[in-house]
Design a protein around this ligand. Structure first.
Ligand SMILES: [Zn+2]
Length: 436
């Protein structure tokens, strides 16, 4: 049953419109066949609540309601109330489903040793020398068989879902060869079909240089362009191409070459940009008309202006900065320059092994200076923009997908105020209750 009526919400937070969260008090929303068909105050769109009316009087009551109210729930007339699941959200908050716009959730192996070395103060360079870093996960992911990899990834989606995430972006990038990049992509494709969460797929063959190309990095760039990219686009389902463009990883020139090759294949651009040093990756994102640039811990003033001018969305990943004990990205500067700000978990086995939306919101508000409203928009409508899905998800508006979260809290501000606690009570995806 994909038809739901939610009524009497203490706050129905739509996230529709520019810069606001759009609170409707005593709000109601109707979802039919998975799509939102009415949004407003309960008394306006549900003048006589369905469950309160005796069956024989129902239609009459609606007709009466139609005459009185400007915004009647006209579509409700097409179906009997038995076909709707009615949820009374009294005292609760209804929000758009959360969107995690940056993860690496398909990986084999763990790096707890590396984490412990970091706790003891070992620098990242030394960790790499000890066999840590991305290549460690690459080795494990290559060795993990398809079904094991898929089951591990499924559990991570379950975990994200429990925090209210209804759409997730996932990247390849732990294969660094055609075979394993395709294996990661196929895991995401199958889970996108089977799991309630929607998975947006990004090709990140240029995540690191594989050990077999040590000392011959340009040859790896060619291999990504000539072999991996065609194989991945032929497999299908991929929407974005991403490159880790930073000091010690892919240079601006190498990144530009790979990303432009992706654009020629019809892929949209994302960039892991300026996390370690201000190398000009945000500027490259602006130059290429990227959909998003992510991390941005060391972004330059010029990079900020470029992103604002070209409408490149910033995806902030504060859980990673927190985990690495680095300074946070200049979120307020980005906002003040007019850059659209989204946020994601960056779930990965190395720099940030966390799918915690509550901790993400705590960091965005307490340490990066976002208001609770800005933090909420960062994981809803702005995250939808970072995934090119602003017309489908990210806000509670008529015509959008029925993806919602109900919090056991009286106000959305409790997302940041009730620190680090998961307040999600129900999750609805395309009109189906998937967490209850
Ligand atoms: Zn990442």
């Amino acid at each position: 049953m994909n038809n739901i009526i939610i009524k009497n919400a203490e706050e129905l937070v739509t996230c529709a419109g520019d810069g606001e969260v759009g609170i409707i008090e005593k709000g109601a929303v109707i979802i039919e066949d998975g799509i939102i068909t009415a949004v407003g105050k309960t008394e306006e769109i549900l003048p006589e609540t369905i469950t309160d009316i005796a069956p024989d009087k129902k239609r009459k009551s609606y007709r009466k309601a139609l005459n009185i109210n400007r915004k009647p729930a006209r579509k409700v007339l097409h179906k009997s109330e038995g076909e709707y699941r009615v949820i009374d959200a009294s005292g609760k908050v209804v929000l758009p489903g959360f969107i995690d716009s940056h993860t690496h959730f398909v990986f084999g192996g763990y790096r707890a040793d590396e984490f412990n070395w970091r706790l003891q103060g070992m620098p990242y360079v030394e960790i790499m020398e000890q066999g840590g870093g991305i290549v460690n996960t690459v080795k494990a992911t290559r060795q993990t068989d398809f079904s094991t990899l898929k089951e591990l990834a499924r559990k991570r989606l379950d975990s994200l879902l429990s925090f209210g995430v209804t759409t997730v972006e996932g990247k390849t990038g732990y294969g660094l060869n055609t075979e394993t990049e395709l294996k990661q992509l196929r895991v995401m494709k199958e889970l996108d079909e089977e799991h309630s969460l929607e998975v947006v797929k990004t090709f990140l063959g240029a995540h690191a240089f594989p050990p077999e190309y040590a000392g011959n990095h340009d040859a790896y760039v060619e291999q990504v362009i000539e072999e991996q990219l065609p194989a991945v686009t032929e497999e299908g389902g991929v929407e974005f191409i991403d490159v880790f463009c930073d000091q010690g990883v892919f240079s601006i020139e190498q990144a530009r070459k790979i990303l432009q090759a992706g654009q020629r294949q019809g892929l949209e651009v994302k960039i892991h940009a300026d996390e370690i040093a201000a190398v000009g990756a945000a500027e490259l994102a602006a130059e290429l008309g990227a959909v998003s640039a992510e991390h941005l811990l060391r972004i330059s003033e010029k990079g900020i202006r470029g992103m604002a001018d070209r409408g490149v969305t910033a995806v902030l990943l504060p859980l990673t900065a927190f985990s690495l004990k680095e300074e946070y990205a200049p979120a307020r500067k980005l906002l003040e320059a007019g850059v659209r700000v989204a946020a994601g978990t960056d779930l990965n086995p190395g720099s940030c092994y966390s799918e915690s939306i509550p901790l993400l919101i705590a960091l965005l508000t307490l340490y990066m200076g976002l208001t609770p409203a800005e933090a909420l928009r960062a994981i809803t409508i702005n995250a939808a923009a970072a995934l090119n899905r602003e017309d489908k998800i990210g806000s509670i508006e008529e015509g959008k997908q029925g993806d919602l979260v109900i919090l056991d809290a009286p106000s959305y501000t409790h997302l940041s105020y009730h620190i680090g606690v998961n307040q999600v009570e129900k999750v609805i995806k395309k009109g189906q209750i998937i967490v209850a």
